[in-house]
Design a protein around this ligand. Structure first.
Ligand SMILES: [Zn+2]
Length: 501
């Protein structure tokens, strides 16, 4: 997704940003997505988007309310700006439009699209069980309860909420025609036209109660992990003619450029999940049988509390399953009886903790979260980047910068996301928490965890590589997809921790 608006301030900030970062980027070639991290370190960081929404990542969450949008039905008297920013086609939205069903008010800023090419109608960013759709629409909103505008919100961990709509080639879509009919007016980069308002709600699928939810990032530089993602379960269709208009009408170059470059295949590859899970608001349907239910927040808080002040020897011995990613209970399948005993033991212990307010209070967990830098539940990525950059100034290389940012950000994001039920607990996070504990016990727990995770990884990496397939193959045979991101094995995080320091 894109965050930039066509306001003078945003253009000025973009210029400033480009000067600071030397920031030309494309989807292929020497400035393609595998090089983005050199100028935009967060693109090589953690909690990135898009992802492949795989069945095994899904967790049913009964607390997910239907998405409610307000003032989406715009009158034809309201003029909207349709523009080509060289990376996508984008429409600016009035600030009265907002999402009202999230914990904060998220005000709409713009929507834009990602799509394939005329020879390969597969250009969605999110994929579902490796299936790629023809295109994808992103309606971008910012947290207007906490931030005055998009630019202030874009690098905050609770800054943005994006509605993602998967698009297939099929029936003609009259709502999409409302702006596609003007697309020849913005053939070249930085061109804009005014278009009459229309019902933006009609661009979304009929059902707003069925969706996937996860914590992720902008899918374009600077890739800040600041997005609360909602990807609707049901797709919408556009006709083949409408898709071809999108795929062939636009150029990523300026009108005066002597070598015009077509604007298509503007999608990013699926990113690593980094311990994240995908919450689902629905339970019925193909492939959903046996979907796990999300572990409630109070259980998660109790686990963090146990890591902070509980008996570590016990955790290393029998409570290991609590710390492993959800679904890994099968590792202990042979020890069902032990588990039961242990669960009641844990329950007894947590009751004991409940009785002791100094051990088990909301504020203590919050204080701890605060220690990570999550004051007011927010992370500011620009300042984190600056901190890491300053530390690395003397010896830094691009890779070190990316790795250091990843190491700095993952435990904080993972803990926040874990307490929100949107991640499994990652090993680096557990190690961060254990830093304050007696070394021998922490070391023992770390060793047991590393071994258990290694074992788990061996069984799960036996499954196929992640190569997207084409959802709609109606236009022509699919060309060879781009190389998927390789998974390093063993991951450095799985190496046993050194506890000397
Ligand atoms: Zn987008």
């Amino acid at each position: 997704m894109h965050f930039l608006n066509f306001t003078p301030i945003a253009v000025l900030q973009l210029t400033l940003f480009s000067v600071l970062h030397g920031a030309k980027w494309t989807y292929t070639g020497p400035d393609g997505e595998h090089h983005w991290y050199k100028h935009y370190p967060y693109c090589g960081g953690t909690f990135q988007s898009p992802i492949d929404i795989k069945s095994e990542l899904l967790r049913f969450d009964s607390n997910l309310r239907p998405i409610e949008v307000q003032n989406y039905n715009l009158s034809p008297n309201e003029q909207l700006t349709l523009g080509n920013n060289g990376h996508s086609v984008q429409i600016s939205l009035p600030s009265k439009m907002h999402i009202s069903s999230l914990p904060h008010r998220y005000t709409a800023a713009q929507f834009h699209l990602h799509w394939g090419s005329s020879s390969r109608p597969a250009g969605s960013e999110h994929t579902v069980n490796s299936e790629q759709y023809a295109a994808e629409m992103h309606v971008v909103h910012y947290n207007s309860d906490k931030y005055p505008n998009m630019s202030m919100a874009v690098d905050k961990s609770d800054g943005l909420a994006v509605l993602g709509v998967l698009i297939e080639v099929g029936e003609f879509n009259p709502a999409f025609e409302q702006f596609l009919k003007f697309i020849n007016g913005v053939k070249y980069r930085d061109q804009r036209v005014q278009v009459p308002g229309f019902n933006i709600r009609a661009l979304l699928p009929a059902r707003l109660d069925e969706y996937y939810r996860y914590d992720g990032s902008l899918t374009t530089p600077p890739c800040y992990p600041s997005v609360l993602w909602t990807v609707f379960r049901n797709d919408v269709t556009i006709s083949r003619k409408q898709f071809l208009a999108l795929a062939t009408a636009l150029y990523s170059t300026h009108a005066q450029d002597s070598a015009p470059v077509p604007l298509n295949a503007n999608y990013r590859q699926p990113q690593l999940t980094d311990g994240r899970v995908v919450l689902v608001s629905f339970k019925e349907g193909r492939g959903l049988h046996g979907t796990l239910t999300v572990t409630p927040p109070h259980t998660r808080k109790r686990i963090i509390q146990q890591l902070l002040v509980g008996d570590l020897a016990d955790l290393a011995d029998e409570g290991l399953y609590q710390l492993l990613p959800s679904g890994s209970e099968k590792l202990h399948a042979g020890k069902k009886k032990d588990l039961k005993n242990q669960q009641s033991e844990t329950l007894a212990k947590s009751k004991q903790q409940m009785l002791n307010p100094s051990l088990w209070t909301k504020s203590q967990t919050n204080r701890y979260v605060g220690k990570f830098g999550l004051a007011d539940d927010t992370l500011c990525y620009v300042s984190l980047e600056q901190r890491v950059f300053l530390r690395l100034r003397q010896s830094h290389t691009e890779n070190q910068m990316v790795q250091a940012l990843r190491d700095a950000v993952l435990p904080e994001l993972n803990l926040k996301s874990y307490l929100d039920c949107k991640s499994d607990l990652a090993l680096p996070t557990i190690r961060h928490i254990l830093r304050g504990r007696p070394t021998d016990e922490a070391l023992e727990l770390d060793r047991s965890l590393t071994q258990a995770l290694m074992k788990q990884r061996k069984t799960s990496t036996a499954i196929k590589p992640n190569v997207p397939v084409t959802k709609s193959s109606s236009l022509s045979p699919a060309t060879v997809p781009r190389k998927p991101q390789s998974l390093g094995y063993p991951h450095p995080w799985l190496l046993p921790m050194e506890w000397e320091d």
